[in-house]
Design a protein around this ligand. Structure first.
Ligand code: C2E
Ligand code: MG
Ligand code: MG
Ligand code: MG
Length: 285
């Protein structure tokens, strides 16, 4: 009986697993072609200063629009690109596009807004990272202080000594460092106190839960306290409601990012968005 019942079930899982493997093989094969063809794009999500509602920066997020395979999220293609080494050429493209976009905002209302780029674990380990970043900033005549690199706790932990050394060199250049998805790792406290960083990004899972889950609220509050006692900033990610925003303001969070303010937007829509929303982003007190 068990066998009969089990059979269909296993068959079902087999098919699902098979589809997943097929898809990942297909995507792995597609990646190099897509990178060469310039199929990727970047979208930019504003970060808002909670003291005055000004836009402090944007985060660049990669997208892979695909004609036949719909909705390939970065949560899917970034790990794939890391596993095949394709993350190196892909990141080259991402950095070039992000810095070119940042340079294009010179003498516009977005002049002085910073650009945050997510740095993959694999790049953090590379010897040429610091030189590449310096060269890119020079070539676009950009103030290094306008570039923020986001590093996840997991990426830093993979090779802590190298991470600390690289991040120190990047900060000597004038680039700022944010620890992304803060609080989701196993040794967040140790990392926050040993990594050279300018900002902790509170993971969106805590923000999503903080209004009805005491543990999530505790994580948010203590991250803000920790950051401030280290003399660094906090950014809350995934802010979707006014209630969440009000809570974060009361806790003294420095900046926020999320659908409440804006979804990640293509570069030609960011200027319009800023024109329409600047100075009107915080609800009247
Ligand atoms: P992340 O760096 O923590 O980025 C935040 C994610 O939250 C983004 O997902 C963003 O679109 C999403 N988000 C923003 N506001 C809200 C909100 O209010 N509600 C909800 N539910 N989500 C919100 P996305 O774009 O799918 O990126 C996922 C992850 O993929 C990123 O997490 C980052 O780790 C990675 N990633 C994205 N672009 C790049 C890239 O260019 N390079 C590298 N190395 N990783 C990237
Ligand atoms: Mg990020
Ligand atoms: Mg994050
Ligand atoms: Mg994340």
């Amino acid at each position: 009986r068990a066998k009969a019942a089990g059979r269909g079930v296993f068959h079902f899982y087999d098919d699902a697993l098979d589809d997943e493997i097929q898809r990942s093989l297909l995507l792995k094969r597609e990646l190099p072609r897509a990178i060469k063809a310039g199929d990727f794009s970047l979208v930019f999500q504003p970060k808002i200063k909670l003291s005055n509602g000004a836009i402090s920066g944007v985060e660049a997020l990669a997208r892979w629009p695909h004609a036949t395979l719909q909705a390939i999220s970065p949560g899917e293609f970034i790990p794939l690109a890391e596993s095949t080494g394709q993350i190196v050429p892909l990141s080259e493209w991402i950095f070039e596009e992000a810095l070119q976009t940042l340079a294009s905002w010179r003498n516009t209302p977005l002049d002085g807004v910073s650009m945050a780029v997510n740095l993959s674990a694999l790049l953090l380990k590379r010897n040429d990272l610091v030189d590449e970043v310096r060269w890119l900033l020079d070539r676009h005549s950009l103030d290094p202080a306008l570039l923020e690199l986001e590093i996840t706790e997991t990426a830093a932990l993979e090779n802590l000594d190298i991470a600390i050394c690289q991040l120190n060199k990047l900060r000597e250049l004038g680039v700022t460092i944010a620890i992304d998805d803060f609080g989701t790792g196993y040794s967040s406290l140790a990392l926050a106190t040993s990594l050279p960083a300018d900002c902790l990004k509170i993971d969106l899972s805590f923000v999503a839960g903080m209004l009805n889950n005491g543990a999530n609220a505790a994580a948010v509050n203590s991250t803000i306290t920790l950051a401030h006692s280290l003399g660094i900033r906090t950014v809350a990610e995934g802010v979707e409601t006014e209630e969440q925003l009000t809570y974060l303001q009361r806790q003294g969070c420095d900046e926020a990012q999320g659908y409440f303010f804006a979804k990640p937007l293509p570069k030609d829509e960011i200027l319009d968005w800023h024109g329409t929303h600047a100075g009107r982003l915080l609800p009247a007190a």
